[in-house]
Design a protein around this ligand. Structure first.
Ligand SMILES: Nc1ncnc2c1ncn2[C@@H]1O[C@H](COP(=O)(O)OP(=O)(O)OP(=O)(O)O)[C@@H](O)[C@H]1O
Ligand SMILES: [Mg+2]
Length: 328
């Protein structure tokens, strides 16, 4: 792990104040965002399509100028000290335009050259990173033969070439299958254990839950909630228990009987949802109540809050609808 200068580390590694980006035409893509990420944290920036995630990342990584507010990374201002910022950060963007006719190894070495790393060292670094992201076997294949997961792993390796202390990842696992997704999560946790501060955007609450120490939810350019994943989950309210009956014609009876355990609502997929502070501990009493009335239970499951639930709780609207001009 490298040692950065302490003065830069004393404050938050990522400091954002009143950040704003108004696009021509007046769209407020980022509308007064304040946040701070400490060294060694994984911060998840969660939001639906068009929320302003990529715009924020592009500003923080010096690729786009803010129209208002300030941001400092590792102590450096993203506008006034852009080159120092660039040296401190690694970036994997949502739409990386990589030459499909180059190999993974060539791209990594090119990236090293762009960072001013000398050839012999850059070669070694490429080997090390290929191993790290498990691309040794595919290293000499052209990029246009890579799967989505392999590309994402190469994006990550490229972001790491110059050993940055802060890593920005824009939707690193969107479109990946569950296995590729969880192996990328493992890699990111490892990097974080080694001291890398990580800022990642995602549309998946589960990803934020799995990875992030803290999560900020962005909607229409504004930070609408922030906290640990547990704190955000609680914003949804009491946990839900989903009860499916074998005989759905009994659901009216069941609804009345179960009201003693919590607020009961119908589910479109059939079955009932009971909200209770007891969470999973209410499963046994619920099953007993139904048993006594000879209503047979097919399944009882704890309902994990989804991004949609959290969204609905903090914004009053669903994540997919009403996202500015992206809405159809
Ligand atoms: N260059 C641009 N000019 C004008 N409007 C833009 C530009 N880039 C993005 N926008 C708009 O700004 C808003 C925020 O876009 P942004 O790409 O930051 O969202 P996002 O949260 O990254 O979405 P996604 O999940 O789809 O990647 C959207 O309404 C988008 O249409
Ligand atoms: Mg985006």
């Amino acid at each position: 792990m490298q040692q950065d200068d302490d003065s830069a580390r004393a404050e938050a590694t990522i400091e954002v104040e009143g950040l704003e980006r108004i696009y021509p035409g007046g769209l407020r893509a980022v509308d007064g965002v304040d946040l701070a990420v400490s060294a060694g944290e994984i911060y998840g920036f969660l939001g639906p399509n068009g929320a302003g995630k990529s715009t924020t990342v592009r500003i923080l990584t010096t690729l786009l100028r803010p129209t208002g507010g300030h941001a400092r990374i590792a102590g450096y201002d993203v506008v006034k000290q852009a080159s120092q910022v660039r040296r401190s950060i690694g970036v994997a963007l949502q739409e990386a335009a990589l030459d499909p006719l180059m190999t993974g190894r060539e791209l990594l070495q090119l990236q090293g050259a762009l960072h001013g790393i000398r050839r012999p060292e850059s070669k070694l670094r490429a080997e090390e990173l290929l191993e790290r992201v498990d691309l040794v076997v595919a290293a000499d294949r052209l990029l246009n033969t890579y799967s989505g997961g392999m590309r994402r792993r190469l994006d990550l390796a490229m972001a790491l070439v110059h050993r940055p202390s802060v890593l920005f990842l824009d939707e690193p696992t969107t479109g990946l299958d569950p296995v590729s997704r969880s192996s990328l999560w493992t890699e990111l946790r490892k990097l974080n254990d080694e001291g890398t501060t990580i800022f990642l955007t995602t549309q998946y609450l589960e990803e934020a839950e799995q990875l992030a120490d803290r999560v900020g939810i962005i909607d229409h350019g504004k930070l609408v909630a922030e906290g640990t994943p547990q704190e955000l989950g609680r914003l949804v309210g009491e946990p839900g228990l989903y009860v499916k009956l074998i005989d759905e014609s009994k659901s009216d009876d069941a609804r009345q009987l179960l009201a003693v355990h919590g607020a009961v609502s119908d589910r479109s997929a059939g079955g009932l949802t009971i909200r209770t502070a007891l969470g999973a501990r209410a499963i046994a009493p619920i099953v007993r109540t139904l048993d006594e009335a000879e209503i047979e239970v097919d399944a009882v499951e704890v309902e994990e809050p989804t991004l949609d639930d959290v969204f609905l709780a903090v914004t009053g609207h669903k994540a997919e609808e009403d996202s500015g001009e992206d809405a159809v």
